[in-house]
Design a protein around this ligand. Structure first.
Ligand code: ADP
Ligand code: MG
Length: 327
């Protein structure tokens, strides 16, 4: 079973950043209000994510670390099929199979916490008591220590940290309502308080995308045909710092999508910003039945049922807002 988990891990755990993304999504799923992230050596040595969410009951800890579909895999065909489904219910077992993973948790109803520690060889199943406030801490140490071939593909500490940082930023932008902290090698790098109003959200965006960006960005919030687009679009500035701030979320998920990119680029080019990198933080909300966000979970691609409608709505809305800046 560990081999199967390791093969599965190849699909979802590409590098420390993919581990962090899965852990953060689990914390958010657990309804937390704050998340603390500590990493060491670009996340290769340590990724620790602590939340104040609902926690995992003692009797459910082992299940969280064991693969739900292992027993279903009887042949290679099955394996290929399972892999193609992506990683629902497989993230923790996959990560645990290629690292030293410790899961510590406490539900609101329990008097103390419980801990399960694995070493990537066998799935641990007997929790021991541990001091912990309500919520969950997942500690992932020595990523790929037991899969040298994967470890070889890791880049420098700096590069791996840049990927981690980007994964955290995406989630921090999408969930301004959750407080977040980040430290690397013991140095505190980000301390983002929870924000409920637009002004708080703008402070968070200023922190993550630069004060320049938010100072001159246009805010928009428009709806049509069951689609809602809100967020901020940047105007050209002398500063190059905002060139990387291109964030688009679909129903709260960060997305890199051809159709979206095309609509945004066209709107900018059409109005006034030839040859510039547009900067934007945009949130599209639509009926979940009209979009498949799991088309390529690791690649951040989506598939829209009404592609034409979405494209035209994005283009028209952005075009209209940007056009107001014309003299
Ligand atoms: P999935 O998120 O797709 O269910 P995972 O492997 O990521 O699969 O997690 C397995 C299970 O462990 C989750 O379904 C959840 O019940 C539990 N879990 C993981 N992380 C947390 C957390 N931070 N807080 C509460 N429960 C968690
Ligand atoms: Mg998960």
């Amino acid at each position: 079973p560990e081999l199967i988990n390791q093969i599965a891990a190849g699909e979802v755990v590409e590098r420390p950043a993919s581990v962090l993304k899965e852990l953060l999504e689990n914390s958010l799923d657990a309804g937390c209000t704050r998340i603390e992230v500590e990493v060491e050596q670009g996340g290769v040595r340590l990724i620790r994510v602590r939340d104040d969410g609902g926690g995992i009951a003692r009797e459910d800890l082992a299940a969280a670390l064991s693969s739900h579909s292992t027993s279903k895999i009887a042949s290679f065909d099955d394996l290929v099929h399972v892999a193609s489904l992506g990683f629902r219910g497989e993230a923790l077992p996959s990560i645990a199979s290629v690292s030293r993973l410790t899961l510590t948790s406490r539900t609101a109803g329990e008097a103390s916490g419980w801990r399960l520690a694995g070493d990537g060889r066998e799935t641990p199943c007997v929790p021991e008591p541990a001091a912990h406030p309500p919520g969950t801490t997942v500690e992932v140490r020595d990523l790929f220590y037991n899969t040298p071939a994967r470890r070889k593909f890791l880049k420098s500490e700096r590069t791996e940290f840049a990927h981690l940082d980007e994964a955290l930023r995406r989630i921090a932008l999408a969930r301004a309502d959750v407080a977040l902290t980040l430290s690397h090698n013991g140095r505190a790098l980000l301390r983002l308080p929870a924000a409920s109003e637009r002004s708080g959200e703008e402070r968070r965006i200023a922190e993550l995308c630069g004060a320049d960006f938010i100072a001159q960005a246009l805010h928009l919030d428009q709806q049509a045909a069951g689609l809602r687009l809100r967020g901020w679009v940047g105007l050209p500035t002398a500063s190059r710092a905002q060139a990387d701030a291109q964030y688009f979320f679909v129903n709260g998920r960060a997305v890199r999508d051809r159709l979206v990119a095309h609509a945004v680029r066209q709107a900018y080019q059409d109005v006034l910003f030839h040859g510039r990198h547009p900067a934007f933080v945009l949130f599209l909300a639509l009926d979940p039945a009209l979009v498949d966000v799991n088309a390529h979970p690791a690649k951040h691609e989506v598939r829209f049922r009404e592609a034409r409608l979405v494209h035209d709505f994005l283009f028209r809305t952005l075009h209209e807002v940007l056009a107001t800046t014309r003299p």
